[in-house]
Design a binder for this molecule. Structure first.
Ligand SMILES: Cc1ncc(COP(=O)(O)O)c(C=O)c1O
Length: 483
């Protein structure tokens, strides 16, 4: 029996929700090609909606060529869904360190990514409908009343003790035994990485970094006058340790830090095994290169348990672990943290010099949410939702995009990396998508050398009929671009 539809579910009209349920069951393989789907009458009874609602939903599914009516017999699942497209091949050789110069394309794309008029498929933001907004605001009000003086005062580095205790407790789940004194609160994960780079590098130094990678880090490297040494990432196993070792050998003494997104990296969604995390820590230690580990997506694993972090293998303080609550709780609260290893003192000092402190009220609210708000329950809900949505988007890409398109199969997080046939320039697709009211992130901004020009990144945090339609539109545009 299918569960009753709630009115607040997914937004949009009721028939859209019924259609969404059926298309999900088809995408998942629960309903297969040739299977009879429940009659209109029994569906209306099962889902407690009107006959007309189900009729409308079935009409829509017919229009989308997912089901077919057979006279006198009922409705059947139409074509077999294509398999999920193959995964991208992004293994490209490491380069020498190079200056980054992406500003123009980056600025243009950022303007569009943040344009509220566009459907936000390009920017990696969580779905606000899946965030505990009400509960967080209640806690914000309660905590700022309870600790009124503290809430209007500077919470000087290392930051709110209640929050640092909660972070230290949660770190046990990632395999780290750290005390609250070993944690510095920051204004988001980006600030955590900025402070760490400031502590480790000076202009002209090289930073080893995954490719493709979250474009803000490339911008950061450019603006800090650093060079990027790009290391390929495998769509399943994370950064290539062979390529990293080769690059470190070729550039002795030049590399002053290595940034790795060890769990569910952005944009590929791939993760390193525990064994590779240990190898990474040992490798960098032997070259005296500090590791900056960004674990912002670690809590969004599609498995029941979150994975470990490389920091859990760190015996010497060479690993600086950075993260935030921007993907799981509230990007607007701007609360992140660093487990700074041997750079703790220096990073606390830099935090003080550059921003004095992170705003106090959001630190208080997030600390309280972690302590009493059911964070684990919340994580279970959003992990399930993102896993389901990433699969739905992957299948939909398989249906509508041209042959030869490849799609990542993330193991966590909520972004998909799509590799289009080589003839397609992602910037052309990006411009045409804008005209249709859709923003996407073109592959060019994910590397320093304009690589990945036939790739795009899509955000699967949102999934409804409008997004499904947008994927169809993108697929049609991509097909036309080949012709
Ligand atoms: C890998 C990675 N790190 C950091 C950030 C930004 O984190 P915050 O908003 O906490 O500064 C993002 C956002 O997309 C990201 O993908």
């Amino acid at each position: 029996m299918l569960p009753t539809i709630r009115n607040d579910e997914d937004g949009g009209p009721l028939y859209g929700k019924v259609a969404g349920r059926i298309s999900y069951l088809i995408a998942q393989g629960t309903l297969r090609s040739g299977d009879r789907i429940p009659s209109i009458r029994s569906m209306s009874k099962q889902m407690q909606v009107s006959i007309n609602t189900v009729k409308e939903a079935y009409n829509q599914l017919e229009d989308r060529r997912l089901i077919k009516a057979r006279p006198q017999s009922g409705y059947y699942v139409r074509a077999r869904l294509p398999e999920l497209p193959a995964e991208p091949v992004v293994d490209r050789p490491a380069l020498n360190p190079a200056e980054v110069n992406l500003s123009e394309v980056y600025q243009m794309v950022m303007r569009d990514l943040l344009n509220p008029e566009l459907l936000p498929l390009g920017i990696a933001i969580p779905n606000p409908e899946l965030l505990p907004i009400e509960k967080l605001s209640r806690m914000l009000t309660r905590e700022t009343r309870r600790f009124a003086i503290q809430s209007v005062s500077y919470d000087l580095p290392p930051g709110n003790l209640h929050l640092r205790k909660q972070v230290a407790q949660r770190l046990l789940l990632s395999g780290c035994s750290l005390s609250p004194e070993q944690i510095v609160i920051t204004s988001g994960c980006v600030e955590a990485v900025v402070l760490t780079l400031q502590a480790l590098c000076k202009p002209g130094d090289a930073v080893a970094i995954e490719t493709p990678v979250y474009f803000n880090f490339l911008q950061l490297i450019e603006k800090m006058g650093l060079k990027a040494l790009e290391i390929p990432v495998s769509p399943r196993g994370g950064i290539s340790l062979e390529a990293l070792e080769y690059a470190l050998d070729r550039n002795p003494g030049e590399v002053k830090a290595c940034i790795v997104l060890s769990n569910f990296n952005n944009p590929l969604g791939s993760s390193m095994s525990d064994e590779d995390k240990l190898r990474l820590v040992n490798l960098l230690e032997s070259y005296a290169v500090p590791l900056i580990e960004d674990d912002i997506y670690g809590d969004l694993s599609y498995q029941d348990e979150r994975p470990s972090v490389a920091k859990s293998y760190d015996k010497t303080g060479n690993v600086v672990l950075c993260s935030s609550f921007s993907k799981t709780l509230a990007p607007g609260y701007r609360v992140g943290w660093i487990a700074a290893g041997r750079y703790q003192e220096e990073i606390e000092c830099l935090k003080m010099i550059t921003s004095v402190a992170t705003a106090s009220p959001p630190q208080q609210a997030i600390a309280e949410f972690l302590a009493t708000g059911g964070y684990d329950r919340h994580l279970r809900t959003i992990r399930r939702a993102y896993a389901k949505q990433a699969a739905q988007m992957g299948h939909t890409i398989g249906r509508f995009f041209p042959n030869g398109t490849r799609v990542s199969k993330p193991q966590g997080g909520f972004v998909l990396w799509v590799e289009l046939p080589e003839q397609i320039n992602a910037l052309d697709l990006y411009k045409q998508a804008l005209e249709c009211g859709i923003s996407i992130a073109p592959g060019q901004i994910f590397s320093i050398a304009g690589k990945f020009s036939n790739c795009i990144r899509l955000n699967a945090a949102f999934w409804n009929l409008e997004v499904e339609k947008a994927i169809e539109t993108l697929g049609n545009l991509a097909t036309k671009l080949i012709k």
